[in-house]
Design a protein around this ligand. Structure first.
Ligand code: NDP
Ligand code: BG6
Length: 498
C-alpha cells in the first residue's frame, strides 16, 4: 500500500543562493526531487535558484535534469515501480524550479527578488549554498530589502567561519537580521539515518544504558575515513584542512550524540542542550596534549583500488609545500561524571584504505578469566557508512575439544529489517527546515562551544613549523596514529582481531 504523506502545510519558496553550484546540483536538487517523488513536497512549493550565471528557466531546468540523471541513485531490480514513479514526477519537479540572476554583492538586486517573492503568500526559506565570504553580503541584502521577515528561515551551510572569531562574526551578523529560531546551521552528518539510529539505540533500549559509562567502557573510537582525495575542491580544501572540514563539525557532533545524557524529550532544545553540555565538558587542550594527543597527516602518492593516485601536494589548487592536513587523529576526553578518564579517539582522513564511518565502543575486559584463551574485550561497532549496521563482538566457544574461545559477532543489518528507501541526509534536513524542526541543526551556542574547543589546535598548528606527517594514499594514515592508541594499551578497530 502506498501511503501518501503531505508533511508541508502550505506554499513554500525555497531560495537557494549558489543554486548552480556543486552542492546544489549534487545534493540539494536530488534530495528535493526524491522527497517530491514520495509526495512530501507541498504542491505549492517553489524552488528558486539564485546565482550570477546568465541562464533562463529552461536552460536552468535542463541543467538540473542532467544533475538528477547523474546524482540520483538508480533503482534496481524489483523496484521498477519506483522508477516509473520517478519518471512521472520529473516534469512536476522541474516545473517547481525557476532561476533568478543575482550577484550577491550587488545590494540593489535584492528588491527585485523581493518583488518576485511578494507575489504570493508562502513560507520563505533562504538557503546559503555559497562560500562563507558571501554570507555578509547576502544577509545584508536580505535585511536591507526587508526580506528577513520574522516568519522566514535561513539555512547556513558549513563551514561557518574558519575559527572562533570569524564564526562569532558570522553568527552576530545573522542574528542582527534573524532570530536564533529562524536560523538552521547544517551539519549533514546529523541527518544520516544511522546517526538517528544511534539515538534510537541508546534511548529506545534499556540494555546499553547501564554499560554506557566509565565503569564499563574502556575507550570510544569515532572514525570518518574517506577514499576520495580533494577532487575539484583543492583550493577550498587547502585553506581549510581536515580539522576544520571534518573534526570541528561532523566528528564532534557524532561524539556529542554518543556521549550526551538522555534528553528529556526529542524537543529541539532538549537535545541541543544535552549536546552542548558535552561540548562544554570537553577537556581543554594543554601544551602536553597538543604534543602527545594529536596527529596530523597529509597523503602522498599511493595506490587506490589498483590505480596510482597523486600526492596531495600535486593536486590542483594546492599550494607548493602546503602544510594543510588531510588526516587528523586525536585523543579527547569528556570531563564529566559519566566519562571522566575514558579516551575518545577521533580520526578522519582523505585517501584512506576504505570509505568507512563508524562509532566503536570498546568495553573493558572481564575482571578475571577462567579460560586459557586471551579474552578480547566486547566491542559495539555502529557503522554509518558505507552500509548501516550495528555489530556486537563477543567471545564464544569454538567447536571441538577443550575450551578454546573465539571472537564472533551479533549482527544487526538494517537493510535486512527495513525495506523502505533510506532518506539521504540532505533530504531529511531539507524536509526538517520546511517543517520548521530544528532538532538536527546546530544552535549558536553549540557552534561556539565547538570552535572554542578546537581553537587551541588551530593556534598550535599555525605556530608550528613541523609539516604534517606523510602517509601513503590507500593506507590507514600515519603510523603515529597507531601509537596514539597503543599508548593506552588499545588499538584502532581495524587493527583488533576478529
Ligand atoms: P561552488 O563553487 O560549486 O558553487 C558556488 C555557487 O555560488 C555557484 O552557484 C555560484 O554561481 C554562486 N556564486 C558565487 N559567487 C556568487 C555571487 N557573487 N553572487 C551570487 N552567486 C554566486 O561551491 P559548492 O556548491 O561546492 O559549495 C557551496 C558552499 O557549500 C561552500 O561553502 C562549501 O564549502 C559548502 N559545502 C559544499 C559541499 C560540497 O559537497 N560541494 C559539502 C558541504 C558544504 P555563479 O558563479 O554563477 O554566481
Ligand atoms: C563535507 C566535507 O562536509 O563532508 C567533505 O566538506 C567530505 O570534504 C564530506 O568529503 C563527507 O561527507 P559524506 O556524507 O560523503 O561522508
Amino acid at each position: 500500500m502506498n501511503v501518501i504523506i503531505l508533511f508541508m502545510e502550505g506554499n513554500f519558496d525555497l531560495v537557494i543562493f549558489g543554486g548552480t553550484g556543486d552542492l546544489a546540483l549534487r545534493k540539494l536538487y536530488p534530495a528535493l526531487f526524491l522527497a517530491d517523488c514520495d509526495d512530501r513536497l507541498h504542491a505549492g512549493g517553489r524552488i528558486i535558484a539564485a546565482a550570477r550565471q546568465t541562464l533562463d528557466n529552461d536552460a536552468f531546468r535542463a541543467k538540473v535534469a542532467e544533475a538528477l540523471q547523474r546524482f540520483v541513485p538508480k533503482v534496481t531490480g524489483a523496484a521498477q515501480e519506483m522508477q516509473a514513479k520517478r519518471d512521472a514526477s520529473l516534469s512536476r519537479f522541474l516545473a517547481r524550479l525557476t532561476y533568478f540572476i543575482l550577484d550577491a554583492n550587488d545590494a540593489t538586486q535584492y528588491q527585485a527578488l523581493k518583488r518576485s517573492l511578494d507575489e504570493r503568500d508562502s513560507q520563505t526559506i533562504f538557503y546559503l549554498s555559497v562560500g562563507p565570504t558571501l554570507f555578509p553580503a547576502i544577509i545584508g541584502g536580505l535585511k536591507a530589502s526587508g526580506l528577513n521577515t520574522p516568519d522566514t528561515r535561513i539555512v547556513l551551510e558549513k563551514p561557518l567561519g574558519r575559527d572562533l572569531t570569524s564564526s562569532r562574526q558570522i553568527n552576530s551578523l545573522v542574528l542582527e537580521a534573524f532570530a536564533e529560531s529562524q536560523v538552521y546551521r547544517i551539519d549533514h552528518y546529523l541527518g544520516k539515518e544511522t546517526v538517528q539510529n544511534l539515538l534510537a539505540l541508546r534511548f529506545g533500549n534499556t540494555l546499553l544504558e547501564p554499560l554506557w559509562n566509565r565503569s564499563w567502557v574502556r575507550d570510544v573510537q569515532i572514525t570518518i575515513a574517506e577514499t576520495v582525495g580533494v577532487e575539484t575542491r583543492g583550493e577550498f580544501y587547502d585553506s581549510t584542512g581536515a580539522f576544520r572540514d571534518m573534526v570541528q563539525n561532523h566528528l564532534l557532533n557524532l561524539l556529542c550524540i554518543t556521549a550526551m545524557e538522555p534528553p528529556a524529550s526529542l524537543d529541539p532544545d532538549a537535545v541541543r542542550d544535552e549536546k552542548l553540555q558535552v561540548l562544554r565538558a570537553m577537556k581543554p587542550w594543554t601544551a602536553e596534549t597538543l604534543r602527545e594527543s594529536l596527529v596530523r597527516g597529509q597523503y602522498r602518492a599511493g595506490s587506490m583500488g589498483g590505480s596510482r593516485v597523486a600526492s596531495y601536494l600535486d593536486e590542483q589548487g594546492v599550494a607548493v609545500n602546503s602544510p594543510t592536513e588531510t588526516y587528523v587523529a586525536l585523543r579527547a576526553e569528556v570531563s564529566n561524571w559519566r566519562w571522566a578518564g575514558v579516551p575518545f579517539y577521533l580520526r578522519t582522513g582523505k585517501r584512506m584504505a576504505e570509505r568507512r564511518a563508524e562509532v566503536v565502543i570498546n568495553f573493558k575486559s572481564p575482571p578475571h578469566s577462567i579460560f586459557e584463551t586471551p579474552l578480547a574485550p566486547n566491542r559495539l561497532v555502529i557503522t554509518l557508512q558505507p552500509e548501516e549496521s550495528v555489530r556486537l563482538y563477543t567471545m564464544a566457544k569454538a567447536p571441538g575439544d577443550g575450551m578454546r574461545l573465539r571472537e564472533v559477532y551479533l549482527d544487526l543489518d538494517f537493510q535486512q529489517f527495513f525495506r523502505e528507501r533510506r532518506q539521504d541526509a540532505y533530504e531529511r534536513l531539507l524536509l526538517d527546515v520546511l517543517r520548521g524542526n530544528a532538532t538536527l541543526f546546530m544552535r549558536r551556542d553549540e557552534a561556539d562551544a565547538a570552535w572554542r574547543w578546537v581553537q587551541p589546535v588551530l593556534d598550535h598548528w599555525a605556530s608550528e613549523s613541523t609539516p604534517p606527517i606523510g602517509y601513503a594514499a590507500g593506507s590507514w594514515g600515519p603510523p603515529a596514529s597507531s601509537r596514539l592508541t597503543a599508548l593506552a594499551g588499545t588499538a584502532w578497530h581495524e587493527e583488533q582481531s576478529v
